[in-house]
Design a protein. Structure first.
Length: 450
C-alpha cells in the first residue's frame, strides 16, 4: 500500500482518484446530516408528546373525584401544548399522526393577551393556589369626638370683669359686707366712688343721696342696693336704642380723639347695617393721618361697600361734602363719615369739625342725623372731659364706649350719662365684629353689682 501510494504520488494519479473521492464523501455528509438532525428532533418531540399525554391523563384522574365535568380526550390538552410550542418556535414541524384538537381552556395565557385564564379547581399538587381577591382597603374612621365648644360670645358682664375684680367695684363689694353703717363706712364709700372715674358731680350727687337716707340703712348691703337703684335710674332715664334708618341716606358723623377706635367702630357698624339688609357707604374724612384712610378702605373691602376718599392732606369738609352727594346719587341707606382724631383742647381742629358738620348740612338738609362720639373706656375721667368739649362744638347725640373689656374704669359710663344726659348706644366688649353690643342699662347694673 505504501509502495502504491508512493507510485501514485509520483505519477499524479492520487489527485485524480483519491482527492475527488474524499470530497464526494464530505459532500454526502453535508447533504444528509440535516435530515439526521431533523429526524432526531422529531424523535425528541415524539418523546415529549408522550410525556404530555401521560401528564394529562394523570391530571384528569385526580380531577374527576372532585365532581368536575368530564374533560375532552387527553390529546386535546397535549395538542394545546404543541400548538403553543409551535407558536414560540420559528421552525415548522411535520404533521403527526394525531391531529391536535384546540383545547377548551388553555393551561397558559397567550403571550400577546393579558387576560387571565378561567380558574380550574385542582389539587395542591398539580397547580398553584389561586390568588385571593384583593380585599378593599379599610376606610379610616376617626374616633367620634365631640366638636370643640365655641367660645361664648362676649357680653357686658364679661366686659366688666376688670372693673369688678381690679377696679372700684371690688372695693365696694368688700365694703358692703359690713353689718354696721357708721361714719367710717360712709367716708370709705366716698373715697372709693371718687376713684371710680364717675366725675366729681356724679359722686357728689350720690353721696348727698346716701347721707339723706342714712337712717334707713341697717347694713352695708342696704347701701349697696340703694346705690344700685340710683345708678339704674340715671342710666334708664337717658337710655335710647341705637337709631333706626328712617331716610336715605341717614348720615352718621363719627367724632373722638386719636386712638379711641373711631375707624374700627365705623367698620363694625357697616357690618351691622349689612346684616340688617342695609347698604352703607364710608367717607374717609380723616385726611391728616394716611393710615386712617387706608384702614377705612380695608374695612370697605371686608364689607364690600363703597369708600369715598381723597388724597392725603385734602380738605376733610370737601371729602364729607362729596360723600353726601355720592350717597344721594347712589341711593345708599346710611353714610358713615370718619373724622380726624383731635384733642378737645385744640381750638383750630374743633373749628374744622364745626365746618364739616356745617358742610354736611348744606349737602343734605337735616344732616348729620346722628353725631356719635367714640370714647375709649381706658381714658376714664379724661373721657368725660372729651365728651363735654365735643358736645360744645357739635351736637353730640350718642356715645359708643370702646375697649370696655380691657379697662377697670367702667364707672365712666355712669358719669357721662349723669352729667351729659347722653345715651350710650353701644359698648365694645371684645375685638370681634359681633362684640360691639347694644348697651342695656339693666344688664350693665346687674353685672356691675353682681
Amino acid at each position: 500500500m505504501q509502495v502504491w501510494i508512493e507510485e501514485s504520488l509520483k505519477n499524479g494519479e492520487l489527485f485524480f482518484y483519491i482527492v475527488p473521492a474524499v470530497l464526494l464523501i464530505l459532500l454526502l455528509i453535508v447533504i444528509f446530516w440535516p435530515d439526521k438532525k431533523k429526524r432526531t428532533k422529531e424523535e425528541i418531540e415524539e418523546t415529549e408528546l408522550d410525556k404530555l399525554i401521560k401528564a394529562d391523563k394523570k391530571l384528569k384522574a385526580e380531577i374527576e373525584p372532585v365532581g368536575e365535568k368530564p374533560e375532552e380526550p387527553p390529546f386535546k390538552a397535549a395538542g394545546a401544548e404543541i400548538q403553543l410550542f409551535e407558536e414560540q418556535d420559528v421552525q415548522t414541524f411535520p404533521e403527526t399522526s394525531q391531529k391536535p384538537i384546540e383545547p377548551e381552556q388553555p393551561t397558559e395565557p397567550e403571550p400577546e393577551k393579558n387576560e387571565e385564564p378561567e380558574s380550574v379547581e385542582t389539587s395542591p399538587e398539580t397547580s398553584p393556589e389561586p390568588e385571593k381577591p384583593a380585599e378593599p382597603a379599610p376606610v379610616e374612621t376617626l374616633p367620634e369626638t365631640s366638636p370643640e365648644p365655641e367660645k361664648p360670645a362676649a357680653t357686658i358682664k364679661s366686659g366688666l370683669e376688670k372693673t369688678k375684680k381690679g377696679g372700684f367695684m371690688s372695693r365696694l363689694i368688700g365694703l358692703f359686707k359690713n353689718s354696721v353703717v357708721d361714719d367710717d363706712l360712709i367716708e370709705e364709700l366716698e373715697e372709693i366712688l371718687y376713684t371710680a372715674d364717675m366725675g366729681v358731680a356724679t359722686v357728689s350727687w350720690l353721696m348727698d343721696l346716701v347721707n339723706k337716707n342714712r337712717s334707713k340703712f341697717t347694713s352695708g348691703d342696704d347701701v349697696k342696693q340703694f346705690l344700685k337703684e340710683q345708678i339704674r335710674e340715671v342710666l334708664v332715664a337717658n337710655h335710647k336704642p341705637f337709631p333706626e334708618i328712617t331716610e336715605k341716606p341717614t348720615v352718621f358723623l363719627m367724632v373722638g380723639v386719636n386712638g379711641a377706635g373711631k375707624t374700627t367702630t365705623i367698620g363694625k357698624l357697616a357690618h351691622k347695617f349689612i346684616a340688617q339688609g342695609k347698604v352703607p357707604m364710608l367717607a374717609a374724612g380723616d385726611t391728616f393721618r394716611a393710615a386712617a384712610v387706608e384702614q377705612l378702605k380695608v374695612w370697605g373691602e371686608r364689607n364690600n361697600c363703597t369708600v369715598i376718599s381723597d388724597k392725603d392732606g385734602a380738605d376733610p369738609a370737601s371729602v364729607a361734602f362729596n360723600a353726601v352727594n355720592s350717597a344721594l346719587s347712589k341711593d345708599v341707606d346710611v353714610l358713615l363719615v370718619d373724622t380726624a382724631g383731635r384733642l378737645q383742647n385744640r381750638v383750630n381742629l374743633m373749628e374744622e369739625l364745626i365746618k364739616i358738620n356745617r358742610v354736611i348740612g348744606k349737602a343734605k338738609p337735616g344732616a348729620p342725623h346722628e353725631t356719635i362720639i367714640v370714647i375709649d373706656a381706658n381714658n376714664g375721667q379724661n373721657a368725660l372731659t372729651q365728651a363735654k368739649q365735643f358736645s360744645e362744638a357739635v351736637k353730640v347725640t350718642g356715645i359708643i364706649i370702646t375697649k370696655l373689656d380691657g379697662s377697670a374704669k367702667g364707672g365712666v359710663i355712669i358719669g357721662i350719662s349723669k352729667e351729659l344726659g347722653l345715651p350710650v348706644y353701644l359698648v365694645g366688649v371684645g375685638e370681634k365684629i359681633e362684640d360691639l353690643r347694644p348697651f342695656d342699662p339693666n344688664e350693665f347694673v346687674e353685672a356691675l353689682f353682681e
